[in-house]
Design a protein around this ligand. Sequence first.
Ligand code: AMP
Length: 224
Amino acid sequence: MAVDVRTMHLILLGAPGAGKGTQASYLREQWGLVHISTGDILRAEVREGTALGLEAKGYMESGALVPDDLIIRMMEERLGKLGAETGYVLDGFPRTVAQAEALQAMLERIGHTLNAVVNIDVADPELIRRLTGRRVCPNCNAVYHIDTMKPKVDGICDVCGSALIQRKDDQIEAITNRLAVYKSQTQPLIDFYQTRGLLVVIDGTIGVAQVGEKIRTALCGEVN
Ligand code: AMP
């Protein structure tokens, strides 16, 4: 049965630096999917100095995961606001088996169907190159790279003109930690979704438009 890409409920899985955020932005622009990034939501909470932000900050800066109960509550609130006909892409959630189980229960409760879990596959040396060179806009969350995705004016966001920054967790000590956390806590989700018949594995080095096309082909078949 053909799936309408605009109403899809997708999860993007992948190590830090695999390009989940970039890919999710592309799917938002191309297919109109709502992009829900737990990392972006948490960073906004930290910026605003909320109770959740204050609690999450230390974990985030060291590259550790924020405790499951906080994340699950935050996502219940966020997803509960969306109608089942609204397509969305989850970027950075779930990140543990406990979160995946909670998500499953949440989706059943609110009557949403998960269409696919896309694992964006990228080898470690490339992940490290991407993360160490990443610069972000603290205002609008646009993402750049010092070699491969330079802004038009050095150090300045093309979209909103703010000064770009390097995230604390994109510094090498935190990156090493984040990759280890990914392997021990998030990688088991590949099997979790494989056994549920939802996993689509895609080479994350082929470019966002090509990844988008592969997702479409995997879910809807070839476009004639
Ligand atoms: P990201 O931008 O997705 O790499 O997330 C940045 C940081 O936010 C992560 O290193 C974690 O500290 C925290 N974070 C984001 N999503 C989650 C999640 N689903 N579970 C736990 N911590 C998370």
